[in-house]
Design a protein around this ligand. Structure first.
Ligand code: SF4
Length: 706
């Protein structure tokens, strides 16, 4: 570090980007973060960080930050006071609710806040504003994992731990490009040889030969979104060959008879081969390798979740793990990897697909228990889930929802089928955006609640292995910005008696954390044994943490811990592959796959001002197989357009690559300048409401003069 930039103090904290949850130190000088380095003692990353983590201090004083609250006057957003934005917004919300009813307000949050902030926000929205039309942008990335776990095990909650990667004999990554999206997880895979004495067999299932596929011993180049059929086909072969773990199936699962019948009737290897594009003999070999492993770990992320059959694909992966007994043992699990740093916080503190602590809206016992714990009248607790994210957008389009409050999310880049979204948003009477950063969406807001960001506030993030990490405040919030916790508490004071009722004498995030501990006590996601001090001391704690598990628990549903189903057993479910909503034809002959790159984060609100990241990934590109490029008479470096039935994007640079299969292309979704979500399809999983981001039919347009 150049001497003039050398930090004068170091603050131990947690990365605020992705769901891996790396521990780090923030170097501070003159009240500003100037350096970030990995925490060598943190069990997740052991001192390492990816490029985003290493440059994270640069987001804090970025020119893309808001420094004051903003209000629209004469069609322009101008700086104002907190009192004016809170007064204007509360008046508008009250007017709308009086005229159209409480649920005419929709709220969409994020996976970026701290758990204390989610808990306070959800409580305020549902019990204070009394609208249950509350959801998170997490619906765009991991709602299918939530619903898949729920239908198989009776509750959401990732069941494994990162250490399972270090103990497995076989690791199967399905639709999980961890090298780009969760790079530090690779550490746990490379540690495996040291732990087990031999190299594990790594299987990568992905239609695209991603950076992660470079690690594979067996690469399975399935046709786009045929993973559910593949998994069912593997189950067929395992059952046919007698490779299943019958003792485990009988003792720990239900539905075996129906499941076996369903698989034998519908997923014969030749049929599966036709759907997946994988040879029958390769299917047999794959099934053998997985089934014969003493310990097999499977993990997935967006390639599975972001699909209109995502929920069932998640449960199919769990079926495969269950019939081979690969659940609840070190090295044997089925782990969903989350996207954002605190996607888990939204899942657990709830108010979206469940009430806090994974309580069911439909259960009067759960509602009563929650009402008693937080001392609110039972009738205030919603009896059913409100609209999910896509349903909120549709309700805006129908004129049913009149005001929208967006928290740290930027749908004008991240939501599919942008034209449809823009048309809906135009119908709003009032748009509030709460964000630390300027975004495409904040520019069209009526008011902006300017938020503090990572390192400027205190609280906890829970990562993909249920590890609750402590994020310490290192510096004061920039300008007049406020933490999301303070925004919620102070905004609630503009609604008669709401603050006193919901947040009595709360002043710091710890107040929310203490209530959350009480609310989660005895639930699957039990935080009651945690404290900020203990979390810091242990380098994070994996819930449940209580008297029985004072230091947390690495994995769920082992022999001592039954599933939260009626009979304590996991369900083997009969699930079916379905064809894509939109297949290729002569007008749109290619299938578009969208995804990410390691250097950028989501819609780039954080990363677009970090020069090192932008030098590495300055713009979007089209990855295309040389055979398709030849047909179109284009080559690497040329610029072309892409269109679908929903729109057209101009001037994207071509990158020929053998990594992408013929008939498909790949484009990262981060970039406003080449907004790929203008052409993606609004097709959703009916159980999770997660969009099918990964496949739609497109055409390429070259302008080369022959
Ligand atoms: Fe941060 Fe994720 Fe990178 Fe770790 S892997 S440093 S949590 S972005």
């Amino acid at each position: 570090v150049a001497l003039e930039k050398a930090p004068t103090s170091w603050v131990r904290s947690t990365c605020g980007y992705c769901g891996v949850g790396c521990g780090l130190y923030i170097g501070v000088k003159d009240g500003k973060p100037v350096y970030t380095k990995g925490d060598p003692k943190h069990p997740v990353n052991q001192g390492t960080l990816c490029p985003k983590g290493l440059s994270e201090h640069e987001i804090v004083n970025s020119i893309n930050r808001y420094t004051t609250p903003m209000i629209k006057k004469n069609k322009e957003l101008v700086s104002t006071s907190w009192d004016e934005v809170f007064k204007t917004t509360s008046q508008k919300f009250k007017e709308i609710q009086e005229k159209y009813g409480n649920t005419a307000i929709g709220v969409i949050s994020t996976g970026q806040l701290l758990t204390e902030e989610f808990y306070s926000l959800g409580k305020f929205v549902q019990l204070g504003l009394k609208t249950n039309n509350y959801c998170g942008n997490t619906t765009l990335c991991m709602a299918s994992a939530v619903m898949g776990y729920k239908q198989t095990f009776g509750s959401d909650g990732p069941i494994g731990a990162y250490e399972d990667f270090s103990h497995a004999d076989v690791i199967m990554l399905i639709g999980a490009n961890i090298a780009d999206n969760h790079p530090i997880l690779k550490l746990h895979i490379t540690k495996n040889k040291k732990t087990t004495g031999k190299k594990p067999t790594i299987i990568v299932v992905d239609p695209r030969f991603s950076k992660t596929a470079n690690m594979a011993d067996i690469y399975v180049p399935i046709l786009p979104r045929s993973d559910l059929a593949l998994i069912n086909g593997l189950c067929y072969i395992i059952l046919e060959q007698g490779w299943e773990n019958e003792k485990f199936i009988l003792e720990r699962t239900t539905g075996y008879k129906e499941f076996k019948k369903h698989i034998f009737e519908n997923y014969k290897p030749q049929d599966v081969s036709n759907i997946t594009g994988i040879d029958v003999k390769d299917l047999y070999e794959l099934a053998r390798v997985y089934a014969k492993a003493e310990k097999a770990t499977s993990a997935w992320t967006m390639g599975v979740n972001q699909s209109s059959i995502g929920t069932d694909t998640v449960s199919a992966i769990c079926n495969l793990a269950l019939i081979t007994g690969n659940i609840g043992r070190q090295g044997a699990t089925a782990l969903s990897i989350t996207g954002q740093c605190n996607a888990m916080g939204t899942r657990e503190t709830g108010f979206t697909s469940s009430l806090p602590g994974y309580r069911n809206f439909a259960s009067s016992y759960d509602r009563e228990e929650y009402a008693t714990l937080v001392n609110v009248p039972l009738e205030d607790v919603p009896t059913k889930r409100g609209y999910s994210y896509p349903q909120i957008i549709d309700a805006i389009d129908r004129g049913e929802i009149k005001a929208l409050w967006l928290v740290a999310t930027n749908p004008l880049i991240s939501y599919p089928d942008q034209n449809r979204l823009r048309n809906a948003l135009k119908k709003l009477e009032f748009l509030v955006v709460q964000d630390a950063f300027k975004s495409e969406t904040s520019l069209i807001a009526d008011v902006v609640f300017s938020a503090a960001t990572w390192s400027e506030k205190e609280g906890t993030y829970t990562n993909s292995e249920r590890r609750c990490n402590y994020a310490k405040k290192a510096v004061e919030p920039l300008g007049e910005t406020k933490s999301d916790f303070d925004i919620v508490l102070e905004f609630s004071k503009y609604f008669e008696s709401v603050n006193e009722k919901l947040f009595p004498s709360w002043s710091e995030p710890k107040d929310a954390f203490n209530e959350w501990k009480k609310v989660s006590a005895g639930r699957l996601c039990d935080y009651s044994g945690m404290s900020y001090e203990l979390i810091e001391e242990l380098g994070g704690i994996q819930w449940p943490c209580n008297e029985k598990y004072p230091k947390g628990k690495a994995r769920l549903y082992d022999e001592k811990m039954p599933c939260p189903t009626d009979d304590g057993k996991a369900k083997l479910l009969c699930l079916d592959w379905k064809p894509l909503a939109e297949t290729s034809n002569c007008d749109f002959p290619l299938i578009l796959n969208t995804g990410r790159t390691v250097e950028q984060w989501h819609t780039r609100t954080k990363t677009k001002t970090i020069s090192i990241l932008n030098d590495l990934a300055p713009e979007a590109w089209i990855e295309i197989n040389p055979a398709d490029a030849k047909k179109l008479e284009v080559s690497s470096g040329d610029r072309i357009d892409i269109s679908s039935r929903r729109g057209r994007i101009n001037n994207i640079i071509v990158k020929e690559s053998q990594n992408i299969r013929v008939g498909t292309i790949f484009v990262p979704f981060h970039f406003n300048e080449q907004l790929i979500n203008s052409i993606t399809i609004a097709d959703f999983d009916p159980k999770s409401f997660e969009p099918n981001f990964k496949q739609c039919a497109v055409q390429l347009h070259s302008f080369k003069v022959p």
